[in-house]
Design a protein around this ligand. Structure first.
Ligand SMILES: [Ca+2]
Ligand SMILES: [Ca+2]
Ligand SMILES: [Zn+2]
Length: 347
């Protein structure tokens, strides 16, 4: 399908175009949300039966790239732009290679005409979780976000969120500024894996249990860092089968309830979707495990996790952020706070 005259610009587009094309192939099927809103699954650009049963993302990438560059004027630029907005420093699957979802604002990459044409208009307009329709070596979901502006008077629908400091004109710089939007989490899509060890539901604010859909802010670099820390623990002799997220995203209205001495920070990173309070819990008893094997569970075991965080931050400076050690109280066991605020912080 490629015209012989199609210009190739590998130096600028090499890896990005390949990875973004994987998305184009991968997201044909609407898992939840859009269907309820009346959207139709888009027609596949590359039919899955035209690929071998063992088709990998890379094979699909090549096929779709060929189709796009041949049939859609400007597609190369569109794809490059799409990937630039998705891939980040670590590539499509992150430094860890373990990301299983990418989050995209509808106003951003997907409104590029070439891409909307391939995904179908609904993928750009309708928030939802889009899952692969071709067999892929590495599964990946595309999450189209709900625009921030859909929050009205502190709510989306009946889900209470409150207001962020940048809406009140305070603390609005850098990573404390406006973000792309919200993930709409439904009973149907809450089990979607966002990385190898974590699902959407793990990061939901722990209130309003009966209210659906819920809304979530979550950033891929946090997931990437958590996966790298798990890998680092494994590598250094602390096998990890399960990490429990005690607290992931916190809506401002929920966070505000816990602000005070010994409590939550007024402008907590948890409100920005890049922080999580976690502990290794291989035996799934709801408490941190005895990671240093001294017969006790205490902050020294949290220290084993912080040491892994330190090594990961040295290796991946773009994932630098906060690490905080918390001791057990009557309400919870010891845990570590991890975030990717962009500058080093320890407590
Ligand atoms: Ca445990
Ligand atoms: Ca211990
Ligand atoms: Zn925290």
């Amino acid at each position: 399908m490629i015209r012989p005259s199609t210009p190739r610009r590998p130096s600028r587009l090499g890896t990005p175009i390949a990875a973004s094309a994987a998305l184009v192939v991968a997201f044909g099927t609407v898992l939840a949300g859009p269907t309820a809103l009346g959207a139709r699954p888009m027609p596949p650009t590359v039919r899955s039966d035209s690929l071998s049963p063992a088709a990998t993302v890379h094979e699909a990438v090549r096929a779709t790239t060929a189709t796009l560059t041949a049939s859609v004027p400007g597609a190369e630029d569109g794809l490059a732009e799409l990937l630039a907005s998705l891939a980040g420093e670590g590539g499509l699957f992150g430094h860890s290679g373990k990301l299983r979802a990418r989050f995209v604002a509808p106003t951003r990459a997907l409104t590029i005409p070439a891409v909307a044409r391939v995904f179908g208009d609904s993928a750009a307009r309708v928030p939802g979780v889009y899952t692969p329709r071709v067999e892929a070596e590495q599964p990946l979901a595309l999450v189209t976000l709900v625009p921030f502006a859909e929050k009205k008077r502190g709510r989306i629908g009946s889900y209470r969120m409150g207001s962020w400091p940048f809406e009140r004109g305070t603390a609005s710089g850098g990573t404390y500024g406006r973000f792309d939007g919200f993930i709409r989490v439904t009973p149907q899509n809450q089990n979607t894996y966002v990385s190898e060890h974590f699902r959407l539901r793990d990061f939901l604010t722990k209130d309003q249990r009966a209210v659906w859909p819920k809304y979530l802010v979550l950033r891929e670099p946090l997931l990437d860092k958590l996966e790298l820390v798990i890998e680092e623990l494994d590598r250094s002799g602390t096998p990890v089968r399960h990490v429990s997220v005690m607290s992931g995203f916190r809506t401002p209205q929920y966070n505000d309830q816990g602000v005070g001495a010994g409590g939550r920070a007024q402008n907590s990173r948890h409100q920005y979707g890049d922080a999580a309070d976690v502990f290794v819990d291989n035996d799934r008893n709801g408490r941190l495990d005895d990671l240093n094997r001294d017969g006790r569970v205490d902050t020294r075991d949290v220290g084993v996790m912080v040491a892994a965080v330190e090594r990961i931050e040295r290796r991946y400076p773009d994932l630098v952020g906060g690490a905080g050690v918390y001791r057990a109280t009557s309400a919870h066991g010891p845990f570590v706070h991890v975030d990717v605020r962009g500058s080093r912080a320890r407590w």
